[in-house]
Design a protein around this ligand. Structure first.
Ligand code: AMP
Length: 239
């Protein structure tokens, strides 16, 4: 949260802030994005969540998205880019947004580029070991009602299998199984290097060790994002 006397007026006159969270599936991007969103007051946009919702629709498009997601493959760039454009144009994104799961390919990053000079952009690249990653993915459970994310190893609910808040049964994502996860990781590793280099060359990428307690990571990410927000008020670029 912004400190008591920190300049609050600001957001309208400040450039909006884009926080881009990069990291492999299961590294905690979703959880961290939700916490960040609550603390710094920026909208959380998860392309995975938007696509999961679209995949439930009984349409040609819904079925295509469902097929891709179940196979652990990426959904076509054009479709995802269109989704992001329409979501970030909503009035609630006036102050900026936390992008979780986008961009995921170099083409998506290039697509995003024209939007960046108008915004303060910070790319936080979460680094995590493969062993912890598998435990996080295979142990992940989500509440279908409120979207809260649990983990049976690291963050179990109070009552096994049920959301603390809504008491509804927790669900396991259909793509959180061993076979699909391997494919998602292969896909990630193919895409991440060019993407990471792209943001390194723009000098807006910061690598963060995500192999730590989630709360420690949250505190670190919040501090970085708040610095970026404050920088927009002073008309200072973090580049
Ligand atoms: P996530 O919830 O971020 O792990 O994403 C789940 C799945 O949604 C991915 O495995 C892809 O099939 C799809 N997806 C999410 N974001 C993107 C993106 N930016 N580009 C293409 N596919 C995506």
């Amino acid at each position: 949260m912004l400190a008591e006397n920190e300049d609050r007026e600001p957001f309208k006159t400040r450039r909006p802030v884009f926080v881009i969270l990069l990291g492999p599936p299961g590294c905690g991007k979703g959880t961290q994005a939700r916490e960040l969103s609550k603390t710094v007051g920026l909208v959380h946009i998860s392309t995975g969540d938007i696509l999961r919702k679209a995949a439930r629709e009984d349409t040609e498009l819904g079925r295509l998205i469902q097929r891709k997601m179940t196979a652990g493959e990426l959904v076509p760039d054009s479709l995802v880019c269109q989704t992001v454009i329409s979501r970030t144009s909503q009035p609630d994104c006036e102050r900026g947004a936390i992008l979780d799961g986008f961009p995921r390919t170099l083409d998506q990053a290039i697509f995003l580029c024209p939007m960046l000079p108008l915004r303060q952009t910070i790319v936080l690249s979460l680094q995590i070991s493969r062993t912890v990653l598998m435990q996080r993915i295979l142990g992940r459970r989500t509440c279908p009602a409120c979207g809260e994310i649990y983990n049976i190893h690291f963050r179990p609910p109070r009552m096994t299998g049920f959301c603390d808040r809504d008491s509804v049964p927790l669900e396991r994502r259909t793509d959180d199984n061993k076979v699909t996860v391997q494919q998602r990781l292969v896909e990630y590793e193919q895409q991440i290097l060019p993407l990471a280099n792209f943001f390194r060359d723009m000098n807006i990428r910061q690598d963060i060790n995500a192999d730590v307690e989630p709360a420690v990571l949250t505190a670190q990410l919040c501090a970085l994002v708040q610095t970026a927000i404050i920088a927009t008020g002073k008309n200072v670029s973090i580049r």
